[in-house]
Design a protein around this ligand. Structure first.
Ligand code: DLL
Length: 431
């Protein structure tokens, strides 16, 4: 079953011709933006010299930091009045990475998501419960409009409040859930604890994404729930969810090449690797009016699967994400850089030089625990004072990273001193 058979099964030759045409259009648009205008000038880029898809490698990369530096709208290619929506990458407030969409971009994104859902066998008869965060995060609204376009009944449940989720699933006979893998493991446990048999529920499919997880976790979820779990990959810079999705063969995610030009590079040298080799995924968005992005370094490690898929779709697949080339952590689906935490901690004069971020998984939910040494000159052992600092730190961190870490304040010298490169993050979570 296809959503748009012509485009999903297009010949590679026609697909590449379409990509080149769309790339030219995207380059024209980008060259009008303050950011790319400058970058193209500095790098002596003549966009008319891009005659084939291979020439894309002559263009400079775009990084997350470039998006931050061009905050808020240095990469916008349309007049302000044509923009109908924005999203922002989770985990940051203030200068985060902001993405803009025109009405056509939103419509196209919904169409792409509907395509993904149909690839898993979804139909208008499905009841789709969206357990991803609504708001600036793309997981909620991103899938929402695609599911509606397909004709599903959508339950915009958002994340959390597990007992209510279960109630909704039972009362409205939910057949598809959209959820992070860690929350899904928790959900199935609560279902059992409530004395409900997950196999007796109406749920048939789960779309799992927004954070890394292993094949073993997928199997566990499928077995415990009695459902089919599909891997879903996306990132806000490339719209959000819907970039790559598994079909019913569940063997790699089709990456929609009529929207994205896909490259895999050696993360150290930037050199483009041949299909099949593992490296960093680089994506060029060739289908967005408001904000086309050229050669975006996702920092995600994967490989292309160029072999044909038995489902008949000709768009290449990418393998499960193996990790990241930077230190970005994903905690309960929220992207957090250790440097953001450090910035907050170091703003407090009471904080000393050493701290540690510890990540654990309790009842399948991510927990962050931050151990912070106090500054010796300001440490008097006054319990009330310690509580006060703790609460202020907690508030400042919650405001910045949106998650609620447990803070432990320690006497100076309590943490192992760093010898060489400090080990600030201890991630005890197993995927
Ligand atoms: O997480 C978009 C999304 C929402 C995808 C819902 C899937 C489902 P960001 O918050 O910008 O966007 O985070 C993007 O999350 O670069 C990956 O490192 C990671 N990620 C997303 N999906 C997967 C996945 C959304 N299936 C970052 N497997 C990406 C592994 C994933 N990592």
């Amino acid at each position: 079953m296809y959503w748009n058979k012509d485009i999903e099964t297009i010949s590679r030759k026609d697909l590449e011709a379409l990509q080149l045409k769309k790339l030219h259009k995207a380059l024209q648009a980008t060259s009008t933006t303050p950011f790319y205008k400058k970058v193209f000038e500095e790098n002596h880029i003549n966009i008319d010299a891009i005659k084939t898809l291979e020439h894309i490698k002559d263009l400079p990369f775009t990084s997350k930091n470039d998006l931050r530096l061009s905050y808020p709208d240095g990469m916008v290619a349309v007049p302000r009045k044509e923009i109908v929506r924005m999203h922002a990458s989770s985990g940051t407030t203030g200068k985060s990475t902001v993405i803009f969409y025109t009405a056509k971009d939103i419509k196209d994104w919904a169409d792409l998501v509907a395509r993904c859902m149909v690839a898993t066998g979804a139909t208008p008869d499905d009841v789709f419960q969206n357990m991803m965060g609504y708001g600036l995060f793309t997981g909620g609204l991103g899938l929402h409009y695609g599911a509606e376009l397909l004709g599903c009944m959508v339950i915009p449940a958002a994340s959390g409040n597990t007992l209510r989720q279960i109630q909704l699933m039972q009362d409205f006979e939910t057949t598809i859930i959209h959820i992070t893998p860690s929350y899904c493991l928790h959900l199935v446990e609560v279902i059992r604890a409530e004395g409900i048999d997950p196999y007796a529920m109406t749920v048939k499919k789960a779309y799992l994404g927004a954070e890394p997880y292993s094949e073993a976790t997928r199997k566990k979820i499928e077995e415990q729930f009695g459902i089919d779990a599909y891997n879903s990959y996306g990132l806000s810079e490339m719209n959000g969810p819907g970039v790559a999705f598994e079909c019913t063969y569940k063997n790699g995610m089709h990456i929609w090449e009529d929207y994205y030009i896909v490259e895999i590079i050696n993360p150290d040298t930037g050199e483009v690797l041949p299909p099949g080799e593992e490296g960093e995924l680089v994506l060029t968005h060739i289908n967005r009016e408001a904000m086309p992005i050229i050669r975006y370094r996702t920092r995600d490690l994967t490989r292309l699967i160029p072999e044909p898929c038995p489902c008949g779709r000709t768009h290449y697949r990418i393998d499960r994400i193996k990790g990241r080339t930077d230190d970005m952590l994903i905690v309960s689906g929220v992207n957090v850089f250790p440097s953001q935490i450090e910035t907050v901690l170091m703003k407090f004069p009471e904080v000393g030089n050493n701290y540690q971020i510890i990540l654990d998984r309790e009842n399948n939910l991510d927990r962050m625990h931050i151990k912070v040494e106090l500054y010796s000159k300001l440490f008097h052992g006054d319990i009330k004072e310690i509580e006060r600092i703790k609460n202020r730190l907690k508030e400042a961190l919650k405001a910045l990273i949106t998650i609620n870490p447990r803070i432990e304040l320690l006497e100076p010298g309590s943490l192992p001193p760093s010898e060489g490169k400090a080990k600030r993050v201890i991630d005890n979570r197993t995927l």
